[in-house]
Each structure stands twice: as C-alpha cells, then as structure tokens.
Design a protein around this ligand. Structure first.
Ligand code: GAR
Length: 221
C-alpha cells in the first residue's frame, strides 16, 4: 500500500523474545508498513526485544515495575515516555502485564495487542497449552484493541492454524507465530492508512469492504 501520510509513530512494549517486534521492523524496512518504531519499552531486563531494538539503533528502555511505589506510578511513567516520543499507537508484542485505565485513558483505542489464540477462546497466559488441553482442531492468533479487560477488546484481525495430532505446545506455538508475524504488521498498516474504524466492539476495515484487502488468503468468505 502506498501512503502520503506521515509514518505512524509506534511504541512497542515487549517482555521477552521480541520476534513480533522483529517482524514489525522488517515490514517497515521492506516498505510494507508505513510506521516508525519511536521507542521500545520492556519490563524485563532479560528481554531479547531490548537487545534487538538496540541493534537497530532504536531507543530501548527498561522500565522496571518494581522500581515504582505502585502499578499506577509505573504506568504513569510509561505514559510520560510514550508522550515524550510523540507516540501515536502503542503496540503490545508479548508484553505480559495488564494495562489499567491509568495508562489506557491516555491512549483511547490507540493500544493494540497480539494474542496466540482465536479470541475469545483461551485468554491469558499459556494460550497454546490451553488450546491443546481443550482439544480444539483449530487455533490461531488475534490482533485486537486493548480495553480494561484481559484480552477482551475489539478484534481487528485473526488467522487460523490447524492443531495437529502430535502437536506439542512448542510446535503449535511455532505454527501460530508464523501467522502472528504476518497479521500484526498487516493490522498496523491498516491502522497507519486510516482504514480501521471502531463501531462499538466491531471493527470495520475500509479496503476490506471494497474487496482490495484479502484477510483470508486461500479462503473465499
Ligand atoms: C507471542 O506468541 C504473543 O502472541 C504472546 O507472546 C509471544 C511473544 O513472542 N503474547 C501473549 O501471550 C500475550 N497474552 P515474541 O516476544 O517473540 O513476539
């Protein structure tokens, strides 16, 4: 998609490996995503995401919740950082904390998350394990806006993968991750192009309505 808009300013919050951060950075480099990662923030000193950001010359900040007197004080610090980098969209990419209204009220409908299951199934931690234990035949991933609940916000994109008979948590997670890396940059690009509109908890995508975005490659809806 070509764009005359200014690149969307992102803050990426990540607690771990940072492979989704990497996928986002690659999409930007390849011209598939009109955005700029203004800052990467982690709550975890061990997060590989911080290392990946530093390698790309990006501001990579460790903000330890333990250093603050309360969750509200910690989140207020996150707000200050995001505002100081003039961030327009907050991207949670394996960020393992729940954000409260202290943070969210400053970025209404401007926080997105990726979850490794087909929401509303299997919220919270260990979603791939939950899917295997439940015995579903399909799972996948969901990009959604973040509200005050746990993985409850309006759904932007989803991708489906089969659950195979001999799957372990790791093999299923790896299959889902391939799809995460595909749909997260796509979802961000749709937002960057101003094509995403919220109506209550339903999300409308302009070009999808016009038929020029294929959200389901290989599937005719
Ligand atoms: C991803 O699978 C993401 O969906 C999941 O953490 C992983 C982070 O991987 N997020 C959640 O479970 C949030 N509830 P990454 O650090 O390599 O991007």
């Amino acid at each position: 998609m070509s764009s005359k808009r200014k690149p969307l300013q992102l803050a990426v919050l990540a607690s771990g490996r940072g492979s989704n951060l990497q996928a986002i950075l690659e999409a930007i480099r390849e011209g598939k995503l009109s955005a700029r990662v203004a800052v990467v923030i982690s709550d975890n000193p061990e997060a590989l995401a911080l290392e990946r950001a530093r390698q790309q010359g990006l501001p990579a900040l460790l903000v330890k919740p333990q250093a603050y007197s309360s969750k509200a004080a910690y989140e207020q610090k996150l707000v200050e950082i995001c505002k100081s980098y003039q961030v327009e969209l907050i991207v949670l990419a394996g960020y393992m904390r729940l954000l409260s209204s202290t943070f969210l009220k400053h970025f209404l409908n401007r926080v997105v998350n990726i979850h490794p299951a087909l929401l509303p199934a299997f919220i919270g931690l260990n979603a791939q394990h939950q899917a295997l234990e439940y015995g579903v035949r399909f799972s996948g991933c969901t990009v959604h806006f973040v509200d005050n609940g746990m993985d409850t916000g309006p759904i932007l994109l989803q991708a489906v993968v089969p659950v195979c008979p001999h799957d372990t948590e790791d093999t299923l997670a790896a299959r889902i991750l391939v799809q995460e890396h595909r749909i997260y940059p796509l979802a961000l690009e749709l937002i960057a192009q101003g094509q995403v509109h919220l109506e209550g908890r339903r999300v409308w995508i302009e070009d999808w309505e016009k038929g020029s975005v294929n959200l389901w490659p290989g599937i005719v809806p």
